[in-house]
Design a protein around this ligand. Structure first.
Ligand code: SF4
Ligand code: SF4
Length: 130
């Protein structure tokens, strides 16, 4: 089940690509590589209750971060879609930050027992469904 091929239909990113909880470990490489293109879409809640956008977060803020959420617009408003989701002319969906995407996306494989398709009708899962 581990080796199934994703068809890049995009259903999982479309359905679950927003309103996700991140981890501080996601933020660290984005800061060190100055990925403001990604950080500007991150909502961060500090331990003192202050909310900040990832566009202004600094490395010295890391120890003060309580929670991380995806995604917001540069204006700070919650997005109801992932800003990195892109359907191209070949009909497939691509992640524009594939090599830098957050852990929640890296680990998402709907054919894994823990996800168990999750109502996606994932075509890769249907290949081996009974
Ligand atoms: S729903 Fe399945 S096939 Fe479609 S993009 Fe997600 S993992 Fe790939
Ligand atoms: S960051 Fe990439 S993998 Fe994650 S939801 Fe967006 S498009 Fe999908």
């Amino acid at each position: 089940m581990e080796n199934q091929d994703c068809r890049q239909c995009g259903k999982c990113c479309e359905k679950w690509g927003w309103d996700q909880k991140g981890i501080i470990e996601d933020i660290i490489p984005w800061l060190s590589e100055n990925r403001r293109d990604i950080l500007q879409h991150v909502f961060i809640l500090l331990k003192d209750g202050t909310a900040i956008g990832g566009g202004v977060v600094l490395e010295e803020d890391l120890s003060r971060i309580a929670s991380v959420y995806y995604w917001i617009g540069p204006d700070g408003k919650v997005l109801y879609h992932c800003p990195f989701y892109e359907r191209r002319s070949d009909g497939k969906v691509y992640c524009r930050i594939h090599t830098a995407k957050p852990a929640v996306c890296q680990d998402f494989k709907p054919w894994k027992a823990v996800w168990h398709d999750y109502g996606l009708n994932c075509p890769a899962c249907r290949d081996t469904s009974p």
